[in-house]
Design a protein around this ligand. Sequence first.
Ligand SMILES: [Cu+2]
Length: 123
Amino acid sequence: MRRIALPAALALLGFASTAYAHPKLVSASPGPNATVAKPARVELRFSEKLMPKFSGADLMMTGHGGGAHEPMKVAAAVGVAGDGRTLVVTPKSPLGAGRYSVAWHVVSTDTHRVAGNFAFAVK
Ligand SMILES: [Cu+2]
């Protein structure tokens, strides 16, 4: 009985570890490379539930008036929405016309850490 049970338990463990995927960025608003009218917030939706304590994002302005400049951090509040899988970046003051980048990092509830970034523009 034990001889059968152990491999079966290991097979189950293997299945469990592949069933937990790394968190993926499913969609964002504004989306990558989008040009939008002044957004009140940036929302990043992930495939897994996030640990708010270890998940965040830096919103940077990277250019305006047709030119690029050194990335300037935009003061913003960052939090995880009630659904547990959406990271919400709310700038303290409205975003002016220009180019922005979002550098995000998230840890899902299964402790996998993933980071990425994308850019968008405000017209
Ligand atoms: Cu600027």
